[in-house]
Design a protein around this ligand. Structure first.
Ligand SMILES: Nc1ncnc2c1ncn2[C@@H]1O[C@H](COP(=O)(O)OP(=O)(O)OP(=O)(O)O)[C@@H](O)[C@H]1O
Ligand SMILES: [Mg+2]
Length: 321
């Protein structure tokens, strides 16, 4: 069953620049689908719009961020929800059907509430009674002892805080979790433990994940599908093994060639050029100014996603027309 269908989504920030309103086109024509039990990773360099996409997928809009066109449709067993320029019904599904772990969520735990009180706050806001045994059992699932309930967030290590965040996100049994860079503030050993926990929750509780990262090396062994994002757009999408073994988009190839491997003595080259502006994005393919394969077509027309190979592998690049 399709869980989430994103249809030509555009979401812009409106800001003032030199006294004039300007649009930051952080999500600019994004389409993809997530099936039930999928684990999708969204990867791209800093500033390409990943967090904005996560916020919009969760229907967490704010006064400067609005959906300009397109939609996100969610279908769960017994209910459907829609986010579009005219409606946003997803907040009704928050925590119970879908949870969101925002970027930097470790520092977002209320510093003056003990963990037990944070659980009580969550449950009372959903009219769910606080049963201590249920909470303790749930903490065990994420490998935390009940002692954390009496502790303040500042008394916890980064890994423990991330486990508390995961316990809160999963407590009301959601079917999907959007996790934005959940491990980027952690050391590599703790990072590995948390990635293992995500996998465990995915498999044991059948939760679908949208996992957002700037680090493409975290994806194999964790995600089943990957979406590569560049400058507000998805440029490649497909099963992880296929995209990693046969990357098609020149940007994906650059990202993959930047992964360090033991014994690999080849020189690691940075991606040429700088990240481009989302206020005045390049015409045509947004990657053309940095692409070694660019032609005139690339400068003038934006490529659509086309299916290649297995049929689930898609790329937006004129090389494959
Ligand atoms: N609240 C905001 N108001 C205005 N512009 C914003 C806001 N948040 C983000 N932006 C801009 O939107 C663009 C995309 O930002 P976003 O945070 O979505 O990128 P990202 O891919 O998540 O980056 P990172 O990997 O650093 O987290 C950037 O140009 C950023 O400056
Ligand atoms: Mg981000």
């Amino acid at each position: 069953m399709t869980h989430m269908r994103v249809n030509d989504l555009r979401a812009y920030y409106t800001v003032e620049q030199n006294g004039l309103p300007k649009n930051i086109r952080a999500v600019d024509g994004v389409s993809f689908e997530i099936e039930e039990h999928d684990f999708l990773a969204i990867v791209g360099e800093s500033g390409c719009g990943k967090t904005t996409l996560a916020k919009v997928l969760y229907g967490a809009l704010d006064p400067v961020l609005s959906i300009v066109s397109g939609s996100v449709h969610y279908a769960f067993d017994d209910s459907e929800f829609e986010i579009s320029p005219v409606q946003n019904t997803l907040p009704k599904a928050w925590w119970k059907k879908i949870s969101y772990i925002p970027q930097g969520s470790l520092s977002a735990l209320n510093p003056i509430r003990k963990v037990g009180q944070i659980f009580r706050d969550l449950l009372s806001s959903h009219n769910v009674p606080f049963e201590i045994k249920d909470v303790e059992n749930h903490l065990k699932l994420v490998n935390l002892s009940e002692q954390v309930l009496g502790m303040y967030p500042f008394e916890l290590s980064g890994g423990m805080k991330q486990r508390v965040v995961m316990a809160l996100a999963t407590f009301l049994n959601p079917r999907m979790i959007i996790a934005d860079e959940p491990t980027s503030a952690l050391d590599v050993v703790t990072q590995r433990d948390i990635l293992w926990l995500l996998s465990f929750l995915h498999l044991s509780k059948q939760i679908s994940f949208v996992f957002i990262t700037h680090d493409i090396s975290l994806i194999p062994g964790l995600a089943s599908s990957v979406a590569v994002m560049y400058c507000g757009c998805i440029v490649e999408y497909g099963p992880v093994d296929e995209v990693f073994s046969k990357p098609l988009h020149p940007y994906t190839k650059f990202l993959l060639s930047s992964i360090p491997r033991i014994g690999d003595k080849t020189e690691k080259k940075p991606i040429p050029g700088a990240v481009v502006s989302l206020i005045n994005p390049p015409s045509g393919c947004r990657f053309h100014s940095r692409c070694p394969n660019k032609t005139d077509t690339c400068e003038n027309s934006r490529p659509n996603m086309i299916k290649v190979g297995s049929g689930r592998h898609e790329v937006a690049c004129w090389l494959y027309k």
